[in-house]
Design a protein around this ligand. Structure first.
Ligand SMILES: Nc1ncnc2c1ncn2[C@@H]1O[C@H](COP(=O)(O)OP(=O)(O)OP(=O)(O)O)[C@@H](O)[C@H]1O
Ligand SMILES: [Mg+2]
Length: 488
């Protein structure tokens, strides 16, 4: 008993001595010159590293003057949110950005452990105290957070080599899974140049068009789906062959044949964001490049009606007369003084496959046009626009898909008649869709809508026979003329 009492009194003495020394040290520290303090800190660290076998990495939310959050921090947050919802007892819960999902992350100073290839890792979340007033407003709430991961020093190689990569990859995948997809459009240069607005504005992307609802030749459709699947899995392949991981699609065909619907179907299939680039508001090649750099991976960059937005062939044509024997290769496109003041064909070619195009990865570039013949061959050559997809008038197979979508039927006695009429009359899928559309009817009388379609087809047929024109409605031409599209 005496021994226990002696031990207790000894430990009390030691504790109070250490406590006293700590207080004296804290008071004394204030008077030590800064350099000496630094030296003593380094010495303490060296000393403790002999007796402490654990090491610690810090993952900051923001670094230096950067305005954007660290990608590793974002991925870590997602990784831990997935992990900690199972093990942490105190969690932060917030609504995800651009999403209506709840994000769970570890609360401050809460410990979460993770096991990886035999190593144990301890995670903690902390928050820096605001440093100075001029930081206020730089980030939303000036609360810079960071994570620490602590591990035994014998696992350092494993943590640096494999574990951090594992956290990054998993975290990225979880972020993508949780995110609400976005539809971006570019702001005119004069608004974002003043640093008030970002280059791209976005809204949530919610469009129901999918490959199932898209009416086109099923074989062609399957080819596109296969191509997209290959592209999605192609990270290693692209790096092996030394090409940037991107793919160009050219969608061409008359108005109302489903080019825009195809873009949304691709975006929904791949679960990518869409950057809808309004080229007419882009003032120079430099601006185009900046916009491109600001796009993220797993996205589709779209330029619709490429033939209408810019006179891309003008410069080439005028050069042709000067350059005898022009073989159509883009090397011969003459650089003009005003090149940096306008978006030019060479600027656009650079955007697609120049040096800058390799920034970022997993991007699809899509151009649409109603007049493929107006486009410069350099713009659409293979390698730039890898796949040319013709969207054409409605054939019987396409009609069957539309009837299935709109009326929910697989077959009908009027199908045979419609099949024969579609062989004779050119009609856009948009017009067929319009005839089959029945808003607000709970019970659809399919026959009624099929008859409406037959009537439309018969009228078109008679009009063609009378006027000797092909089956395209004159109204479409009129609309195009009023929209500034030059018709041949
Ligand atoms: N192939 C199709 N499959 C399913 N729906 C279609 C198809 N083509 C057109 N539609 C219907 O017609 C509407 C217009 O089609 P869309 O905007 O995709 O045509 P577009 O080819 O992009 O026309 P434009 O050249 O005028 O931009 C769509 O909202 C869709 O309802
Ligand atoms: Mg369109």
């Amino acid at each position: 008993m005496d021994q226990v009492a002696a031990l207790t009194s000894l430990s009390t003495k030691i504790t109070s001595t250490i406590g006293g020394l700590a207080i004296i040290w804290a008071m004394f520290r204030q008077f030590i010159p800064y350099e000496l303090k630094q030296y003593l800190d380094a010495l303490t660290l060296k000393f403790t590293s002999y007796i402490n076998p654990y090491e610690c990495f810090v993952i900051e939310e923001y670094a230096g003057d950067r305005m954007n959050r660290h990608e590793l921090y974002i991925a870590t947050k997602a990784y831990l949110s997935d992990h900690c919802s199972r093990c942490a007892r105190t969690c932060r819960v917030e609504l995800g950005k651009d999403s209506d999902r709840f994000l769970v992350s570890i609360g401050e100073r809460v410990e979460v452990t993770d096991d990886f290839n035999g190593a144990r890792i301890w995670w903690h979340a902390y928050m820096h105290a605001p440093v100075s007033n001029h930081n206020i407003g730089r980030h939303s709430d000036d609360q810079r957070r960071y994570y620490t991961l602590t591990f035994h020093k014998r696992h350092r190689e494993l943590i640096e080599g494999l574990y951090l990569r594992h956290v990054l990859d998993k975290g990225r995948a979880i972020t993508i899974r949780n995110r609400q997809r976005r539809l971006f459009t570019n702001n005119p240069y004069n608004s974002w140049s003043s640093f008030i607005k970002p280059m791209w504005n976005h809204v949530q992307f919610q469009h129901p068009s999918t490959f199932d609802t898209l009416a086109m030749d099923p074989i062609k459709k399957q080819e596109i789906i296969d191509d997209l699947n290959e592209f999605r899995k192609g990270k290693e392949y692209y790096s092996r062959i030394g090409k940037a991981w991107k793919r160009g699609y050219l969608l061409y065909g008359p108005p109302g044949t489903g080019k825009s619907s195809m873009i949304t179907a691709i975006a929904n299939f791949l679960e990518y964001d869409i950057y809808d680039m309004e080229l007419t508001t882009v003032k120079s090649n430099t601006e185009l490049r900046k916009l491109f750099i600001e796009t993220t991976g797993k996205s589709i960059i779209v330029i619709e009606d490429i033939d209408c937005t810019l006179d891309l062939t003008g410069k080439r044509n005028s050069n042709k007369s000067k350059e005898e024997g022009d073989d159509g290769s883009d090397e011969k496109i003459e650089r003009k003084d005003d090149e940096e003041k306008n978006v030019t064909l060479s600027g656009l070619l650079n955007f697609i496959d120049g040096l800058w195009s390799a920034c970022g990865e997993e991007r699809i570039i899509i151009f649409t046009t109603n007049h493929i013949e107006k486009l410069d061959p350099a713009l659409i050559r293979t390698g730039r626009m890898d796949k040319h997809i013709e969207m054409s008038y409605c054939d019987f197979e396409s009609f069957r898909i539309l009837a299935q979508n709109y009326l929910g039927i697989e077959s009908h006695k009027l199908y045979e008649m419609i099949r024969r009429l579609l062989e004779e009359v050119k009609i856009m899928p948009a017009d067929v869709a319009e005839s089959l559309m029945c808003v607000g009817f709970s019970k659809v009388d399919a026959g009624m809508y099929l008859e409406r379609l037959i009537k439309t087809l018969m009228e078109r047929k008679e009009a063609v026979e009378e006027q000797g024109k092909d089956g395209i409605v004159e109204e479409v031409y009129k609309n195009n003329v009023s929209n500034g599209v030059e018709l041949k």
